[in-house]
Write a protein that binds this ligand. Structure first.
Ligand code: GLY
Length: 401
């Protein structure tokens, strides 16, 4: 700890804009988690000082040449940076993080009206939801409820699911992607906040439909299920970001693991818990899963072991596993051991990013499109910090996490 202060002081003295963390975590325990979160908070605070707050330059990823890939609030990733700042503020109380989080969060508000996307959960739950968790206010609550109302308009009762994408209409009639499980958290939260059970029922049914149709016998997930809106039947089972239609895209597996764990928390339906347990075992037992816990970008990527790893999939899965350990105490150690392996690897110098405002390197956004391959991506950071915070809460017996 002392060495770290000296290093940080030297970095400040030299006016470094790059902040390095080189000390790996050898063991996950309360002390090491607090130390890492303290380092990350300090690093985020040093980065917000110089990073311009601009609604047209919301951080998303790094380009291959190391420059910033930025977005507006329309992008599905736009809420994650604000969410990471809120999380680190909740941990350490650094006022500069709160001030920056408030400003980045405000850019998201107009998205509550956007009926053309299913990603209102990612955008608004990860920004306004984190804001509400940190500093509850009527305004934050109203934004979340309006966003849930807007998202609910994409629900189709015959299909029993929320429509994901509007593009590729010549191929897909009603595409639903596994990622969409994550947007249900906004609906479950809005049901609690408003008392309106419509949000709850839509989220519940979407999870049931996904449970029925998205998974193969080995609990690997299809990325895209395309439904017929007249019969509710399946037209196509496709991929968009995976290696092939029949492959297991790693972030999709992670979204499923996290999503069904969260759906169990909200509904207590044992089918969702069983699904999360089975997807966790897919991660643990897959022959292509590296021992350091960071999956290749697709479990069936063609050039394993030379394929790129995806830190974002690992971070999402780790956060989901920490929550799963709370709901399934009989298998607590299995889940926590895996999450700890991931957190240790992500906290090693190999995975720590050096370029503001990012925390982690080595994520893969969309390999088939050649987009965001082996670069820092903002959602990896969000779920990494969330996983560390959840893990600390478990260590301190603080529930709910
Ligand atoms: N929701 C898009 C992705 O996971 O890349």
């Amino acid at each position: 700890m002392k060495n770290l202060f000296i290093l940080s002081f030297l970095a400040l003295l030299l006016g470094c804009t790059e902040v390095h963390i080189t000390k790996p975590i050898s063991e996950i325990n309360e002390e090491s988690l607090k130390e890492r979160l303290t380092q990350l908070s300090a690093r985020a605070a040093s980065m917000v000082k110089d990073f311009p707050i601009d609604s047209n330059r919301i951080p998303r990823a790094l380009e291959a040449d190391g420059s910033l890939m930025a977005s507006t609030s329309r992008d599905w990733t736009s809420g994650f940076y604000a969410g990471t700042l809120w999380s680190l503020y909740r941990f350490g109380g650094d006022e500069s993080l709160r001030q920056a989080a408030e400003k980045w969060t405000a850019f998201e508000e107009k998205e509550k009206w956007d009926t053309h996307t299913h990603d209102l959960g990612f955008k608004l739950y990860c920004s306004f939801g984190e804001a509400y968790k940190t500093k509850p206010s009527q305004h934050y609550k109203d934004v979340l409820i309006q966003a849930a109302q807007t998202l609910s308009r994409r629900y189709h009762p015959t299909v029993g699911a929320i429509r994901s994408w509007d593009f590729n209409r010549e191929i897909w009639q009603f595409p639903v992607i596994i990622d969409n499980m994550m947007n249900l958290e906004l609906l479950f939260e809005a049901a609690e906040l408003s008392g309106d059970s419509v949000f709850y029922n839509i989220a519940y049914q979407h999870a049931l439909t996904t449970l029925d149709n998205h998974f193969r016998a080995d609990y690997s997930s299809y990325h895209v299920i395309d439904y017929d809106t007249l019969s509710g039947g399946i037209r196509n089972r496709h991929t968009h970001q995976g290696a092939s239609h029949e492959s297991a895209w790693s972030r999709g597996q992670a979204w499923g693991l996290y999503g069904f764990t969260m759906a169990y928390r909200a509904t207590k339906d044992p089918r969702f818990l069983e699904q999360a347990q089975a997807i966790a075992h897919f991660f643990f037992e897959h022959p292509n899963q590296p021992e350091d816990g960071i999956p290749y970008w697709d479990f069936n990527a063609p050039n394993i072991p030379d394929a790129y790893r995806d830190a974002s999939a690992a971070a999402v899965a780790a956060s989901g596993l920490v929550e799963l350990s709370v709901h399934d105490p009989d298998n607590r150690d299995t889940y926590l051991n895996w999450a700890d392996t991931v957190l240790k690897t992500l906290s090693s110098p190999e995975y720590q990013a050096k370029t503001p405002p990012f925390l982690l390197k080595h994520s893969v956004g969309n390999f088939p499109a050649g987009a965001e391959v082996d670069v820092p991506i903002v959602y990896a950071d969000y779920y990494y910090v969330e996983a560390l915070l959840r893990r600390l809460a478990v260590e301190q017996n603080r529930f709910p996490i």
